[in-house]
Design a protein around this ligand. Structure first.
Ligand SMILES: [Fe+2]
Length: 330
């Protein structure tokens, strides 16, 4: 299977409007056309059941945010508690690739469910199938995303580095890391870019599916499963700095100072999102070609990123507390 990119992220949150404020006023994303699959019709001709308000909020209260030409990249669905990541969309090339992917999963006896046209419409894509990784994360294989070319950041001049590279990268806490590694590499076709040892027998593995240094990183942490951080990339250090200014002014908790990672070269800071997981905002991420050699690296940062280890521990503690409050599994 060949995944082209991480296309979209779905989040379950108690207060999606808090996410709209965070996404628009801090991150500089744009409220998306809120109706998945919505066409070009102007509001007055769109029909009674279609809202075209421009506020990014769908009739069911879901907030949709966009960062490039794709109709949306992040959907925040109303939920009874802050569940973090609900699903992750992984892009395939087209209908034949989706058909082949489903057959491949079935041959491996991995449960997969081909979605209906309605399911695809709900994600503003053309075709969709659902599968879970061995840690239980819901993945959606899709092709044919809706593009509307309408991105204008509310922050003048800000651009995200997304498009064919996908929405950024995600660092996932996973159970059964060895099985997850096999699934992401052997089944989904991700490649191991590099890894860092974080203790005896423990490692953080960085996986890529296109030229971006990594789109997914996985690590085992205290039996938890879920999103630890989402990284969004902007063009340059001025965009990073201006975004840091906005986050500070808005009272967002900054969880790591500015710094530059050793392996992917990203210059970034981290902050807490309204959902409890962290958001990393960075620039200058490495793009790799086939000359890259998989390697172990021995040092997390060239400089800075003070607070990062504590932030990762805090994410784990936060997830455990959430699970305890919900009286169930993380
Ligand atoms: Fe990161």
């Amino acid at each position: 299977m060949k995944i082209k990119s991480v296309g979209y992220l779905g989040i379950g949150a108690v207060d999606p409007l808090a996410w709209r404020h965070y996404g628009v006023d801090v991150l500089g994303m744009m409220p998306a056309r809120a109706n998945p699959g919505e066409g070009w019709a102007p509001p007055e001709t769109a029909g009674n059941n279609v809202r075209v308000s421009g506020d990014g909020v769908a009739a069911d209260g879901t907030v949709y945010l966009k960062m490039d030409e794709r109709q949306w990249r992040i959907a925040v669905h109303p939920d009874s508690r802050d569940r973090g990541m609900l699903y992750l969309g992984l892009e395939l090339d087209g209908p034949l690739a989706l058909e082949a992917a489903v057959k491949e999963l079935q041959a491996l006896q991995i449960p997969v469910e081909l979605g209906t046209e309605e399911d695809a419409f709900a994600r503003a894509v053309t075709g969709i199938a659902r599968v879970k990784d061995p840690a239980g994360n819901a993945l959606e294989l899709f092709y044919g995303p809706a593009t509307d070319y309408l991105f204008h950041s509310p922050t003048p001049g800000q651009q995200f580095v997304a498009g064919a590279l996908g929405l950024g990268h995600l660092n996932l806490f996973v159970t059964q890391q060895a099985a997850c590694f096999e699934f992401y590499t052997r089944v989904l076709g991700f490649r191991l870019t590099d890894y860092i040892r974080i203790g005896p027998g423990a490692r953080l593995q960085f996986l890529r599916c296109n030229a971006r240094h990594h789109s997914v990183a996985i690590m085992e942490m205290a039996g938890l499963s879920g999103l630890q951080h989402l990284m969004l990339e902007v063009r340059n250090i001025d965009d990073v700095g201006r975004l840091l200014d906005r986050a500070t002014r808005a009272g967002v908790k900054i969880t790591s100072t500015l710094g530059r990672h050793r392996n992917d070269g990203v210059l970034s800071f981290y902050m807490r999102s309204p959902s409890g997981f962290d958001v990393e905002i960075g620039c200058e991420g490495l793009l790799l070609d086939d000359s890259w050699t998989t390697n172990e690296f021995c040092e997390g940062d060239v400089w800075g990123h003070q607070g990062l280890l504590e932030a990762i521990q805090q994410s784990a503690i936060g997830m455990m507390e959430h699970a305890a409050r919900a009286g169930g599994k993380p």
